[in-house]
Design a protein around this ligand. Structure first.
Ligand SMILES: NC(=O)c1ccc[n+]([C@@H]2O[C@H](COP(=O)([O-])OP(=O)(O)OC[C@H]3O[C@@H](n4cnc5c(N)ncnc54)[C@H](OP(=O)(O)O)[C@@H]3O)[C@@H](O)[C@H]2O)c1
Length: 317
C-alpha cells in the first residue's frame, strides 16, 4: 500500500520562496507529536529565515514556519483531536516548521489551546502578544500616567502594544508610516504620521518609546524621550541600521533596551496566555488576514511591503 502524502512548503534555497511539494505524511515516533495543521503564521521572523538573514538557520531543504496550530493525530502527551499551538524548540529555524499540512514536532514544542479558540488566532497570537507584554512590562516597565509612544502602531505587535500600554494606565501615542494605517491604530491612542514626528506633534516629551519599526523611525523618535526615559526596541521593518552620535546619546541620557521574545518567552508566558482569552472575547483586538497554502507569494508580498493589516496566516485545512 502506498504511503499517504500531503502538501508542504519547502525552502530549497535561501532568498527564494518555498515551493509547494507533495511529501509523505511523517510517521509518528516517540517524544514527538503528529499534528494535522489548520493554520500557520507568516511573520517577519519567518521571512528573515527564508531570506537566510537570521542568526539561526536550517540546513536545506527545510519547511519554514515558526508558529502554527492544528489538531493532534498521534501523541504520547496530548489527547488525539485536541487543538494545539506549535512554537519554540527552533521550529521553522533548525527543524521543519509549520508551513505544512502535517507536522511532526517534539512534544516540548506543543501547547494545549483552550476549547473554542479560533485556530488562526491560536497560531499567531503568542509572538505579538508576548512581545507587547514583554515590551511594556518586563523591559520598559511602563508606569500609570506615563506617556508612551508606540511606532508601527497599526502592525501586529504595535497594535497590541498600544492596548497593553493603555491597560497599564499609560497615555499612548501611536505612530504609523502611511495614512492608510491611521484608522487601524486601536483606541484610545492618539495617532501621528511618522513623517510629522516632532515634540509638538506628540504634545511634549514622552517617558517611553516602544519601537517596532527601527531605522529612521527609531532615529527620529529618540529625541522625543525625556532624560532618563526608556526606548524598548522590538523590530527593524524600516531598517536594520541607524547611526548614533555618541555625544548626543550621552547628553540625551535615554536608555535603549532590546526586547527579545526568545529569551523572555518563559517569563511572559502566563500573562501572554491570559491575553488569548481577551483576544477570543474581543476585549483585545488583533486583526488577521487569511491566505491559502498556494497563496504564499501574495502573503509574503503583503507582509514585506507593510500593506498587511495585523497578522498574516496561512489556512492549511
Ligand atoms: N524582538 C522580538 O522578540 C520580536 C518579536 C516579534 C516581532 N518582532 C519584530 O517586530 C517587528 C514588527 O512585527 P509585526 O508582526 O508587528 O509586523 P507588522 O504587523 O508587519 O508591522 C510592521 C510595521 O512596520 C511598518 N513598516 C515601516 N517600514 C516598513 C517597510 N519598509 N516594510 C514593511 N513594514 C514597514 C509598517 O507600518 P507603517 O505602515 O505604519 O509604517 C508595518 O505595520 C518585525 O520586525 C518583527 O520581526 C520582534
Amino acid at each position: 500500500m502506498s504511503h499517504p502524502t500531503s502538501q508542504s512548503l519547502v525552502l530549497e534555497e535561501f532568498g527564494t520562496l518555498p515551493r509547494l511539494v507533495e511529501r509523505p505524511v511523517p510517521e509518528p515516533r516517540p517524544g514527538h507529536t503528529l499534528v494535522r495543521m489548520k493554520s500557520a503564521a507568516v511573520s517577519h521572523l519567518d521571512l528573515n529565515v527564508v531570506d537566510g538573514k537570521f542568526g539561526i538557520l536550517p540546513d536545506l531543504p527545510s519547511i519554514p514556519g515558526t508558529a502554527g496550530s492544528g489538531t493532534v493525530v498521534a501523541s504520547d502527551v496530548h489527547p488525539e483531536g485536541s487543538l494545539v499551538l506549535l512554537r519554540g524548540k527552533a521550529l521553522g529555524m533548525r527543524r521543519d516548521g509549520a508551513w505544512s499540512e502535517y507536522a511532526l514536532v517534539p512534544d516540548a514544542a506543543v501547547e494545549a489551546v483552550p476549547e473554542g479558540t479560533d485556530p488562526a488566532m491560536a497560531c499567531c497570537y503568542f509572538s505579538p502578544a508576548g512581545t507587547a507584554w514583554a515590551s511594556v512590562h518586563a523591559v520598559a516597565d511602563v508606569q500609570p500616567g506615563e506617556r508612551v509612544l508606540v511606532t508601527g502602531a497599526a502592525g501586529a505587535v504595535g497594535a497590541l502594544t498600544v492596548q497593553v500600554a493603555a491597560r497599564a494606565g499609560a497615555e499612548v501615542i501611536g505612530v504609523v508610516g502611511r495614512p492608510a494605517k491611521l484608522p487601524h491604530v486601536p483606541a484610545p491612542a492618539k495617532v501621528v504620521l511618522a513623517a510629522d514626528l516632532s515634540a509638538d506633534a506628540v504634545g511634549g516629551p514622552v517617558d517611553v518609546v516602544i519601537d517596532t519599526v527601527g531605522g529612521p523611525v527609531l532615529r527620529d523618535s529618540l529625541p522625543l524621550v525625556r532624560p532618563r526615559g526608556r526606548v524598548a526596541l522590538v523590530g527593524y521593518t524600516a531598517g536594520r541600521e541607524f547611526t548614533v552620535d555618541l555625544a548626543d546619546f550621552l547628553l540625551a541620557d535615554v536608555s535603549l533596551l532590546p526586547v527579545n521574545l526568545m529569551t523572555r518567552g518563559k517569563e511572559v508566558a502566563a500573562d501572554t496566555r491570559r491575553m488569548l482569552g481577551d483576544l477570543t472575547s474581543g476585549e483585545l483586538t488583533l486583526p488577521i488576514e487569511h491566505h491559502r497554502i498556494d497563496g504564499l507569494a501574495e502573503a509574503v508580498a503583503r507582509l514585506r511591503s507593510g500593506e498587511a493589516i495585523g497578522k498574516v496566516v496561512l489556512d492549511l485545512a
